[in-house]
Design a protein around this ligand. Structure first.
Ligand SMILES: Cc1cc2nc3c(=O)[nH]c(=O)nc-3n(C[C@H](O)[C@H](O)[C@H](O)COP(=O)(O)O)c2cc1C
Length: 377
């Protein structure tokens, strides 16, 4: 690092935002001299991210299907899952060592993440001629069992989208999504036990933004929330590549920085004002918001919500539509109950809030290899 470089000055000038933090900090971080960003080379990271998303091998075995399953979205990219081969299918189990107890005390997000992985597994397997069905089994912590049958290969557009889908946490271009495409999203998301609402129009999106900001402010007042989040941030490609999990700053369009700077930087720029501004710009640029609601607030329905959301996300990807979650309104209990009242859904619990619209792609996120998440049944 150059002796005249003052990281604190750069840091103080920055603005940031929560999980998608640092989007507004790029300019400030860009002032870091290259010497301070010695681990900024993306070559190895990009190669690993591309290898993760390589086409399915011919005659794929269980590990290949698991690779496709793990490309599913999941809270904080903790990848809270394990996979076991069964004689005629697969079992997907929670990895409780990868919980995020502050933001997700009842494992709601964790079981939604399992649902996303379940849907990817089923779609990938069907594409290989092994269609299947999944059921939640509520013993112990609970898991998902998948039964596979023989069939004809069904290489759907959702299958093609698995390796292209990403959470795109940027400002979108403000363009509307056509009614025809909204109908396709609704059809894709249709799942027994889950309702999806699509809301568009400035007035409704502004009302949702208000819940996002209120939830966010509550979370930022909680130092345990901030600590938990920081622990899952990966500040540079070397760190992201060595751990292969967590939230890599570049996936939100930000510069890579040395971990020690990032950790201090994070606490200093994590301000409510910057966040409010950021979420306002994000919501104002979005075409709409999809809200997912399980019929019941239990693990079975959270898995169903994950499956519904994953089909939505893959269909959106296939149509060139981007998405990103803004889940603050469902993560803070008192905000969530007011949000449910505003949605007029009675006693039902809103499970996910997802904005969508059009934008260029961002760097892809990392995953651990299949071997790290496969266990014996
Ligand atoms: C249940 C759940 C909750 C999530 N909550 C948020 C969120 O509130 N904000 C956000 O930016 N991303 C959220 N995400 C997205 C994950 O951070 C993302 O899927 C993960 O980092 C992997 O990145 P990818 O989706 O680009 O593959 C959530 C994902 C899931 C499945």
């Amino acid at each position: 690092m150059k002796p005249d470089f003052d990281p604190w000055q750069a840091i103080t000038a920055a603005q940031t935002s929560r999980r998608n933090f640092l989007v507004h900090t790029s300019a400030a971080v860009a002032t870091l001299p290259l010497a301070a960003c010695s681990s900024n080379d993306m070559t190895e990271y990009d190669a690993a991210a591309a290898a993760l998303r390589a086409p399915m091998a011919a005659n794929p075995g269980f590990a290949e299907l698991v690779r496709f399953a793990t490309l599913a979205p999941n809270g904080h990219n903790t990848q809270p899952w394990r996979f076991a081969a069964l004689p005629a299918g697969a079992r997907i189990l929670p990895d409780l060592a990868r919980r995020t107890p502050v933001v997700d005390p009842d494992d709601h997000h964790l079981f939604i993440s399992l649902g996303c992985a379940t849907e990817n597994f089923l779609i990938a397997s069907a594409a290989q001629g092994r269609p299947g069905a999944a059921a939640f089994v509520g013993s112990d912590a609970g898991h998902v069992d998948i039964d596979l049958a023989d069939g004809r290969p069904q290489a759907s557009s959702l299958y093609q989208a698995i390796t292209k889908r990403q959470s795109t946490r940027s400002i979108y271009d403000g363009q509307a999504v056509s009614t025809e495409k909204l109908n396709l999203l609704e059809t894709a998301a249709r799942t027994e036990g889950v309702t999806m609402l699509i809301l568009t129009g400035r007035t409704k999106l502004d009302a949702i933004l208000d819940f996002v900001v209120r939830g966010n402010d509550t979370q930022m007042d909680n130092p345990h929330f901030v600590d938990e989040l920081r622990n899952w941030i990966r500040f540079n490609p070397a760190q992201a590549l060595s751990l292969r999990d967590g939230l890599f700053s570049k996936c939100s369009g930000n510069a890579a920085i040395p971990s020690w700077i990032g950790e201090r930087f994070f606490g200093m720029v994590f301000t409510k004002a910057a966040e409010d501004k950021k979420y306002t710009a994000q919501m104002h640029s979005s075409a709409g918001v999809a809200i997912f609601i399980g019929d019941k607030a239990d693990k079975d329905h959270w898995v169903r919500v994950g499956r519904s959301f994953q089909r939505f996300a893959l269909q959106a990807t296939a149509l060139g539509i981007r998405h990103a979650m803004v889940n603050q309104p469902v993560e803070v209990p008192n905000v969530r109950s007011e949000f449910a009242r505003w949605l007029e859904i009675g006693n039902q619990r809103p499970d996910l809030v997802v904005r969508f619209g059009y934008a260029p792609p961002m760097p892809m996120s990392m995953r651990r290899p299949s071997a790290a998440v496969i266990i014996k049944a």
